[in-house]
Design a protein. Structure first.
Length: 238
C-alpha cells in the first residue's frame, strides 16, 4: 500500500536538495545521488517511488541548480569533469547530518546511479553507520577520470553496510575486469552482505527512461527497481 507523498526543495546550509517523504514523515531516509541528469523529473520520480514505499528520500544536487530539465547534456558533462571527490563527499555528509538531525532519521542508506553509483560506494566507505549502499551501474572509469582522486574499488572493503550492485552487462564505462575486481573487493569483507545483479546485454545507464526503447534495458529496470526498494526497506528496518 502506497503513501501520500510530500515533495519540496529544502535548504541545508548553502546546499539545496529535493525532499520526498510519506505524509507525516518517516524515521528512515535514503540519500539519492543522481546520474548526470541532476535533479530532473526522472530523479524526482525515483524519489517519489522511494517515498511511496514508506521511506523519506533526500536527493543531492551535484550541479547546484541545473538539471537535464533545463540544461543540455553537453553542459552537464562539462560540469561532471569539474566535480571534486572530497568536496562532493563533504556535501553528502552535510545531507546525512541533516537526515539524522533535522529529519530525525533512525537509519539512513544511500543509492546512486552512474556517477552517483560511484559516489555511493565512496560514501559507504567513509560512513560506516549507513544502513545500506546501492550502486546502479556505477561509473568507475578504467583508466580513472582525471578528477577521480579516490579509488572506489580499493575503498570498497571499508564499507560496513550491506551492498547491492546492479551491473549492466554491456557497460562501456565499468569494464568487465573492474566489475570483477569490485565484486571481489566487496566479497572480501568480514561484515556486510554483498548482493550483485548482472543484466546481460543491458547498457550503462539502463535505468534511464531514454534508454528504454531497448527492451533489454527496460526489462533490466523493471526487474531491478522493485528489488532495490525491497532491499532498502529490509536493511533500513534492521
Amino acid at each position: 500500500m502506497g503513501f501520500t507523498i510530500e515533495a519540496r526543495t529544502v535548504h541545508v546550509g548553502d546546499l539545496t536538495a529535493h525532499l520526498a517523504r510519506p505524509e507525516g514523515g518517516s524515521d528512515t531516509v535514503m540519500l539519492l545521488l543522481p546520474m548526470i541528469n541532476g535533479i530532473d523529473q526522472q530523479v524526482r520520480d525515483y524519489a517519489a517511488d522511494v517515498a511511496a514505499s514508506g521511506i523519506t528520500a533526500l536527493v543531492w544536487d551535484p550541479w547546484h541548480g541545473p538539471s537535464l530539465d533545463d540544461t543540455s547534456k553537453e553542459r552537464l558533462f562539462e560540469l561532471m569533469g569539474q566535480l571534486d571527490d572530497e568536496a562532493c563527499l563533504s556535501e553528502m555528509r552535510a545531507l546525512l547530518a541533516y537526515a539524522r538531525g533535522e529529519l530525525g532519521a533512525r537509519r539512513v542508506g544511500v543509492i546512486g546511479w552512474c556517477l552517483g553509483g560511484r559516489f555511493a560506494l565512496l560514501l559507504g566507505a567513509r560512513d560506516r553507520e549507513l544502513a545500506n549502499v546501492v550502486a546502479y551501474h556505477p561509473s568507475i572509469w578504467d583508466p580513472a577520470a582525471a578528477n577521480h582522486t579516490l579509488d572506489a574499488v580499493a575503498l570498497a572493503p571499508a564499507i560496513a553496510a550491506p551492498v547491492m550492485v546492479l551491473h549492466a552487462g554491456a557497460d562501456t564505462i565499468l569494464s568487465t575486469g573492474t566489475f570483477v575486481a569490485l565484486q571481489a573487493a566487496l566479497q572480501s569483507r568480514e561484515t556486510g552482505a554483498t548482493i550483485v545483479h548482472a543484466y546481460p546485454g543491458a547498457a550503462h545507464g539502463f535505468s534511464a527512461r531514454a534508454r528504454h526503447d531497448d527492451p533489454v534495458n527496460k526489462a533490466a529496470w523493471e526487474i531491478s527497481w522493485p528489488q532495490v526498494l525491497a532491499f532498502a526497506t529490509a536493511t533500513l528496518a534492521l
